[in-house]
Design a protein around this ligand. Structure first.
Ligand SMILES: Nc1nc2c(ncn2[C@@H]2O[C@H](COP(=O)(O)OP(=O)(O)O)[C@@H](O)[C@H]2O)c(=O)[nH]1
Ligand SMILES: [Mg+2]
Length: 370
């Protein structure tokens, strides 16, 4: 059965880790694949490399599909590269334009190993299992961090619950919206207001950017107002719908993904709303500067340390959940092989079966389970 003690590295994993430490891009790529596909021993490799984690700054980039996240991610990466910084990018999107390889020019393609430019891009498919996406992207980002990238950008495909978890697992969360299609309303619905440390109003070359910027600012101001008053927070629902000039049903349940962002950012951080045109690079320097400011605020307020500790705890919880689940499935398969084909099994309740398997999982706890 699974031993809770971390398995030692196989000789080939040992050599992979050595090449990783020697900063060979191919080793980085192979480590990410190992982790992404949960191949045997992937946690041992992560543990082995864990010492190197912690110096990169992480930015989550989220927003509705088509808002220009990939374009903006590439543009931000370019500004970092111009400053001599190295950048690792994870695009959680199987259909990401990165797969076409066009965004950063022909030199840098998805999964390209051309780190000569100081940029490494990796696209990851979203996983179905509960909590799987957050853990998988976290671990891939840890590898980029341990490899030595200065900045890590995590782009999500949309704004579902697990994607917001991914975006807000970074140090700073950038939310990208566009003037068309009533994105301001969408933002309040999807809980984006809660996770944003900075808003980018992209496609400012199109009409309506100023209006959207103002809309977001009004809602942010109302939220701040309600946060500093002594009135229970639920009335924010009405305020945000008034701000949007819509009927009050739209934000009936804008549940927070990560808890109050106010406390995550701390230090009275005023969330900036910045216009940009990602496709031309206009306004992108300001966004990069805004992210720098946010990080500086996190550091000076002590919030960086607290956030990272909380994120590490959440990661540990996910790893535990994953280990227990794996062990349970091992026991399940053993039980199924031994007993599953017995016709009498169909007459037993699922609860009794589950209890029996559970008992084989932790034999010492079987007697006290009932
Ligand atoms: N007009 C205009 N188009 C843009 C801008 N930024 C991105 N786009 C285009 O919008 C489309 C979607 O961009 P993409 O980065 O793939 O969006 P994502 O789905 O959020 O990652 C692409 O055709 C981009 O070229 C912008 O600032 N202005
Ligand atoms: Mg994209």
């Amino acid at each position: 059965m699974n031993d809770p003690v971390q398995a030692p590295l196989t000789p080939s994993q040992q050599s992979l880790v050595e090449k990783f430490r020697g900063r060979q891009p191919l080793a980085l790529s192979r480590c990410i694949s190992l982790v992404e596909n949960h191949r045997p021993g992937f946690e041992s490799v992560l543990e082995e490399l864990h010492d190197g984690v912690g110096s990169a700054r992480r930015v989550g980039i989220t927003g509705p599909p088509g808002a220009g996240k990939s374009t903006l991610t590439a543009a931000i990466a370019r500004t970092y590269r111009d400053r001599g910084l190295t950048v690792g990018i994870i695009a959680v999107d199987p259909s990401s334009p990165f797969t076409g390889g066009a965004l950063l020019g022909d030199r840098v393609r998805m999964d390209d190993l051309a780190t000569t430019e100081g940029i490494f891009i990796r696209s990851m498919a979203s996983r179905g299992s509960h909590g799987g996406l957050a853990a998988a992207t976290r671990e891939a980002a840890d590898l980029l961090d341990a490899f030595g990238f200065d900045r890590i950008l995590l782009e999500t495909v949309g704004v579902g619950q697990s994607e917001l978890e991914v975006a807000s697992s970074a140090d700073s969360t950038l939310v990208v919206l566009v003037p068309e299609s009533g994105d301001g309303i969408q933002a309040m619905k999807a809980g984006l207001m809660e996770v944003a440390d900075l808003f980018a109003v992209n496609k400012a070359d199109r009409p309506g950017a100023d209006r959207l910027k103002k809309e977001i600012e009004v809602v942010l101001a109302l939220r701040t107002g309600s946060a500093s008053s002594h009135v229970p927070g639920h009335h924010g629902v009405d305020l945000s719908s008034i701000a949007a000039g819509r009927t009050p049903d739209i934000t009936a349940d804008h549940g927070s993904v990560t808890g109050a962002k106010e406390s995550r950012s701390a230090g009275e951080w005023a969330v900036p709303v910045l216009k940009c045109v990602a496709s031309t690079g206009e306004g992108v320097l300001e966004i990069a500067a805004g992210l720098d400011n946010h990080f500086a605020r996190l550091e000076s307020s002590g919030r960086l340390e607290t956030n990272r500790r909380e994120q590490a705890m959440e990661h540990a919880r996910l790893v535990l959940e994953r280990s227990v689940g794996r062990r349970a499935m091992d026991a399940w398969n053993v039980w199924l092989d031994a007993t599953g084909r017995d016709p009498a099994v169909g007459r037993r309740s699922p609860y009794a079966i589950s209890r029996e398997v559970y008992g084989s999982l932790w034999p010492e706890s079987a007697s006290s389970a009932d």
